[in-house]
Design a protein around this ligand. Structure first.
Ligand code: COA
Length: 165
């Protein structure tokens, strides 16, 4: 499968929205309840750009099949070398190495920005994402119980970390 990774543009946001809204509506991979609007997604994209954080997309035959980004982990200044990342692949394109390609690119971008560590905060039921992060070299560094509530039940957070040397 030939996949091109590139910086996202604002014109990609409808495709990004389709991917993320599927996850919001159907899964606990993301703990939003309400579907995002296009203007909300565009605002997220613009804020990443303003803060000099990357927003990348994976393109297959002119279709956006996944995206990745990172941003502030916590807002206190002492956290400035730490970022929290997100990677989402269109549901019809899982298991084709696209997530791996995106996250490797995010790791390279983070190293180039002299960041020190990347953290993914993952729903403990999301075994696919946990296995995916382990395969990519992330370590499970924390399990925080009942930090989320969606679909009428409590959810736990798993923190998965990679140190960028
Ligand atoms: C998790 C996700 C980003 C992985 O991306 P992907 O492109 O499907 O994953 P890849 O094909 O690059 O997989 C790389 C490795 O991760 C592991 N992996 C990925 N998905 C897996 C799954 N569902 N179950 C078990 N292992 C999995 C495998 O070890 C795989 O290597 P292999 O193909 O040699 O076995 C993607 O499935 C996704 O977007 N899921 C829904 C949204 C989500 O959970 N995002 C992450 C939020 S924290």
């Amino acid at each position: 499968m030939s996949i091109k990774i590139r910086q996202a543009t604002i014109e990609d946001m409808p495709s990004v929205l389709e991917i993320i809204n599927y996850e919001i509506a159907n899964t606990t991979a993301i703990w939003d309840y309400d579907l995002r609007t296009l203007s909300e997604q565009e605002a997220i994209f613009n804020e990443k750009k303003e803060k000099n954080f990357p927003f990348i997309v994976a393109e297959k035959e002119a279709k956006i099949v996944g995206f990745g980004t990172y941003g502030t982990f916590r807002f206190k200044i002492g956290y400035r070398f730490t970022v929290e990342h997100s990677v989402y692949i269109h549901k019809d394109f899982h298991g084709n190495g696209i997530g791996s390609t995106l996250i490797k690119e995010l790791i390279e971008l983070a190293k180039n920005q002299n960041l020190h560590t990347m953290i993914g905060v993952i729903d403990s039921e999301n075994m696919g994402s946990i296995a995916f992060h382990e395969k990519l070299g992330f370590k499970n560094v924390g399990h925080i119980k009942e930090t989320g509530f969606k679909f009428d039940r409590w959810l736990d957070s798993i923190f998965m970390q990679i140190l960028l040397e």
